[in-house]
Design a protein around this ligand. Structure first.
Ligand code: BG6
Length: 255
């Protein structure tokens, strides 16, 4: 059933793959702005993709957000990939508990019958606490696992939507607006050329670390996210995109 749905979007997938220069694109039917079930389809498509490519003993770093929560919701035992380890990609970014990477990580690990390690860091972090926190042995151990992750899965958001959802300070909000930020991923805000406008200071994966990761999967759908997806992929270091029909069509109109 899943494969049939996917093959209907072969052409769309191929176009996006070429335009964004990605290794793999999956498009699911519908518009996740309008229906929650479409987000679940994104989650399902991501789990199916993981089932194909994950191997035993691999580490998967995940971010927070509702799209990632949908991946966790659809997760089930990964027969081919035993003893996988789920870790949060980065520390606190100001999300509500249900949208936090730690929460999502635990659910994914439980459903996939894997392991997990969490990161407990307050947000926002001052330079001073950042320096002392990364020296803590328990944080250090988790950070090593995270930075060595075999697979990274993340969401992409509209910059202002994310800044507001995270109750960003007036000062930072101003910086984001002045910098014409369009997209946000991993706590980084990007402009239309994919340049970093602002970065939330927290521990974990930094944008540059992604270049060493073979498989970085972005899960983002909804017509409203098309601009954000385009902006992120201008300089984005992800090689797989899982999106929906509405975002895909809008994206192709833009680029
Ligand atoms: C999170 C990312 O995974 O998802 C954010 O850390 C991103 O960077 C966000 O913006 C998008 O959230 P949602 O709820 O739209 O999936």
């Amino acid at each position: 059933h899943f494969m049939n749905e996917v093959s209907g979007f072969n052409l769309l997938e191929q176009h996006l793959k070429d335009k964004l220069q990605l290794d793999h694109v999956i498009v699911v039917p519908g518009n996740s702005d309008e229906h929650d079930w479409v987000k679940q389809e994104l989650g399902k498509a991501c789990v199916n993709y993981l089932k194909l490519m994950l191997q035993s003993n691999q580490t998967i770093a995940v971010t927070g957000g509702t799209s990632m929560a949908a991946v966790a919701e659809m997760m089930h035992p990964l027969e081919k990939a035993r003893d996988c380890m789920f870790v949060p990609a980065r520390g606190g970014l100001g999300e509500r508990v249900e949208n936090q990477a730690n929460t999502i990580c635990v659910e994914m690990a439980r459903k996939a019958k894997g392991q997990y390690r969490l990161l407990y860091v307050p947000d926002p972090l001052s330079e001073e606490s950042y320096q002392s926190i990364i020296g803590e042995p328990s944080v250090k151990e988790a950070l090593e696992l995270i930075r060595d992750a075999d697979v990274v899965i993340h969401g992409i958001g509209d910059a202002l939507t994310m800044a507001k959802r995270r109750k960003t300070s007036e000062e930072v909000l101003e910086k984001i607006v002045q910098g014409n930020a369009i997209s946000e991923a991993f706590g980084y805000y990007f402009d239309s050329e994919g340049q970093v406008v602002h970065k939330v200071r927290t521990v974990g994966i930094q944008l540059e670390d992604l270049s060493d990761t073979n498989c970085v999967i972005a899960v983002a759908g909804g017509e409203s996210k098309a601009k954000a997806i385009t902006s992120y992929f201008k300089e984005g270091k992800s090689n797989v995109l899982i999106t929906d029909e509405a975002a895909a069509n809008e994206l192709l109109r833009e680029i």
